[in-house]
Ligand binder design. Structure first.
Ligand code: F6P
Length: 319
């Protein structure tokens, strides 16, 4: 049997560990495994090569993706899906593993409908915005990167007595901000999923100054609909405290994956290899509690993501 693997969309730390698990898992089950370079773009180009045990040597600890990745608009058209199906047929590929986020798994579902190839979607995104799985590969590493950054920024904010607004990624999902805010002791966390009150934030900053607090960290998710600069200007104007901004940006997407991400990636990748061998229907694979789960794509992608808004209350109480 022939299977293939690709990574798609934004990269996430742990994708390499997952590729390693899929490749070595398949080889151990006598499945021929092929790598597709640059996601769905590479699939359309037929940029496909055979992988062996050594293809994935020395990558478990590396960020990024050895298969490279891309965001492909061409693929998400009827024409693109048909072309991709033809390429898979030409290479004799019966099963495909796609590691990526929301858009990539939507593409995986559509490809499985059009091609008849069994497609398995594994969650690989720092955003953690896929509702069917509790965690996605890369999220834990991104949260740890943000927590380290908050620590560094807190040091200098305290020295200078400043307020700092830190913007984190996550698209329309507040999970990175919520988890990193709680772990990093941010005074205020602002996420797209909950309303916020600028006057209340200002009152908290002023109350902090009045009781001798040396800094305030405002952790803001990128998707709240107000720019970081605009927010900082409002806070400075209303509180009279010098307010700086830091947009963490792509540093959140790189770096060596945490142990937690490597374990998740290895478990999901290995399960995908098992499902391929067992002749299972294509589906989205994820984790709930300590259990690896399989969910039909349609159901998985229709689920509504919920973020732990209770973290906001904890942050507010502990500030
Ligand atoms: O989906 C991952 C992510 O890093 C988001 O958090 C962010 O909004 C987006 O990708 C950035 O995308 P790009 O790499 O296209 O700039």
């Amino acid at each position: 049997m022939r299977a293939a693997i690709l990574t798609s969309g934004g990269d996430a730390p742990g994708m390499n560990a997952c590729i390693r698990a899929v490749v070595r898992g398949c080889l151990a089950k006598d499945i021929d495994i092929f790598g597709v370079r640059q996601g769905y773009e590479g699939l359309l180009e037929g940029d496909i090569f055979r992988m062996d045990v050594s293809s994935v040597a020395d990558i478990i600890h590396r960020g990024g993706t050895i298969l490279r990745t891309a965001r492909s608009e061409r693929f998400m058209t009827n024409e693109g899906l048909r072309e991709a199906s033809a390429v898979l047929e030409k290479f004799g590929i019966e099963a495909l593993v796609v590691i990526g986020g929301n858009g990539s798994l939507t593409g995986a579902m559509e490809l499985s409908e059009v091609s008849g190839v069994r497609v398995f979607g594994l969650p690989g995104t720092i955003d953690n915005d896929l509702a069917y799985t509790e965690y996605s590969i890369g999220f834990d590493t991104a949260v740890n990167t943000v927590v380290n950054a908050i620590g560094n920024i807190r040091d200098t904010s305290s020295s200078l007595g400043r307020t700092t607004v830190i913007e984190v990624m996550g698209r329309n999902c507040g999970d990175i901000a919520l988890y990193a805010g709680l772990a990093g002791g941010a005074e205020t966390v602002i996420v797209p999923e909950a309303p916020y009150d600028i006057d209340e934030i200002c009152r908290n900053i002023i109350a902090g100054v009045n009781r001798g607090k040396l800094h305030s960290i405002i952790l803001k998710a990128e998707g709240i609909g107000l720019s970081t600069q605009a927010l900082a200007e409002i806070l400075q104007l209303k509180t009279g405290c010098e307010t700086k901004t830091v947009i963490l940006g792509y540093i959140q997407r790189g770096g060596s994956p945490t142990a937690r991400d490597r374990v998740l990636a290895s478990r999901l990748g290995f399960r995908a290899a098992e499902l391929i061998e067992q002749g299972a229907e294509g589906c989205a694979v994820g984790i709930r509690g300590e259990k690896i789960i399989e969910v039909p794509f349609e159901e998985a992608l229709a689920m509504k993501k919920e973020v732990p808004l209770r973290f906001l209350e904890i942050c507010r109480t502990l500030l």
